[in-house]
Design a protein. Structure first.
Ligand SMILES: *Cc1c(COP(=O)(O)O)cnc(C)c1O
Length: 355
């Protein structure tokens, strides 16, 4: 009973049919058409048990990302991979480190495994490597890092993550949660989401998801990448049929549709920057974001609550993030062009600026 219930983004407003949902960082375009087709084709084979080892999906991920499929594990969302990590590596008497504004699932999963979550301060909404290192004790088993962060949208550079990995004791596993990695500025260029680090170290794991960029949040598919020894351990606590055949087929098709992913990344980057600039010009603080959302910071909690209510009145759902340490904040998912115009018009109306 010490575990807090996870609170998700809302999806309905009473009496409103045209709700614009910008509260859960979902892909505004919807699922890739290729994934929809693969799902439809899988329907006639639903009587067959799915693959136990996810070979075709791991091969597709490996090919696109240039990774060894033998070092990949697939889960029911990346949440399940994070669950495996806590189940396998953290137990009663152990500590699991997460950061101040990190994902609320980390303390939930740590407690469910019997371990104690340890929350480390961030500095100016960015992960603070030295603060993490100062919190490491003999009991520490796992360190969870969200990069880019949620709900901050900020990123620490690969060099900083490497410094953290170098300084952690060998028996502590560093988990780089890359749910938003593909949206980061410099992705594929200066930032690989932690792939090289996870591939080359015995104690670093990278997790990724199909729920955001790939538009498959409702299907629940994610994956992890680490050395073979860790993958072998995680596979022992994984249920053999954890992923359904339709989900595997749709995720494989989504991964192979590179044009869809590239288009979504480009559109998101453009609209995210438009939102940040306009919010800033309206006097609402907003950091540069490396994800598919922005964190709008108002003068105080009252103003944030009032703006959320005004947006709700306009049929728009955004996320209050008091539980993530930002009572004055609203996390707003970057929508499509029309959705972005709609939410910005509603915010302009809230602050009393006519467009
Ligand atoms: C959305 C999100 C995930 C993805 O979870 P899935 O289980 O893959 O849907 C993971 N970590 C963070 C920080 C997220 O925001």
């Amino acid at each position: 009973m010490d575990i807090s219930l996870y609170v998700g983004g809302e999806s309905h407003i009473a009496g409103v049919s045209e709700v614009l949902k910008l509260s859960s960082n979902e892909n505004p375009v919807g699922p890739p058409p290729a994934a929809q087709q693969a799902l439809a084709e899988a329907a006639s084979k639903m009587h067959l048990y799915p693959s136990v080892d996810h070979t075709p999906l791991r091969a597709a991920i490996g090919e696109v990302h240039g990774l060894d499929p033998a070092q990949i594990i697939c889960g029911v969302g990346s949440d399940e991979v994070l669950t495996f990590l806590c189940q396998a590596y953290a137990g009663v008497g152990d500590e699991v480190i997460h950061t101040e504004h990190g994902f609320s699932m980390y303390p939930i999963l740590a407690r469910a495994a019997g371990a104690v979550p340890v929350c480390v301060k961030e500095s100016d909404r960015c992960v603070d490597v030295d603060a993490i290192l100062a919190a490491v004790t003999k009991k520490t088993k796992l360190v969870f890092l969200t990069n880019p962060g949620n709900p901050t949208g900020t990123t620490i550079p690969m060099g900083e993550i490497e410094r953290l990995a170098d300084a952690l004791p060998a028996e502590v596993i560093l988990v780089i949660d890359g749910a938003y990695a593909e949206y980061a500025r410099g992705y594929d260029d200066t930032y690989d989401g932690g792939a090289a680090l996870a591939g080359g170290r015995a104690n670093v794991v990278m997790t990724r998801t199909f729920s955001k960029l790939y538009g498959l949040g409702g299907l629940r598919v994610g994956w992890g990448y680490a050395c073979k020894e860790i993958i072998d351990v995680l596979n022992r606590v994984r249920g053999p049929f954890n992923l359904s055949a339709p989900a595997l087929a749709a995720a494989e098709a989504a991964m192979k549709d590179r044009d869809f992913a590239a288009r979504c990344i480009a559109d998101n980057a453009r609209l995210r920057e438009e939102m940040r600039k306009e919010l800033t010009s309206l006097g609402i603080a907003c950091d540069e974001s490396d994800a598919n959302f922005v964190l709008a910071r108002f003068r105080d909690e009252d103003e944030a609550v009032a703006c959320e209510a005004a947006l709700r009145g306009a049929g728009i759902l955004v996320r209050k993030v008091k539980g993530y340490g930002f009572p004055e904040g609203l996390r707003i998912t970057v929508g499509d062009t029309a959705g972005t115009e709609r939410v910005m018009a509603a915010i302009r109306a809230f602050v009393g600026v006519d467009a």
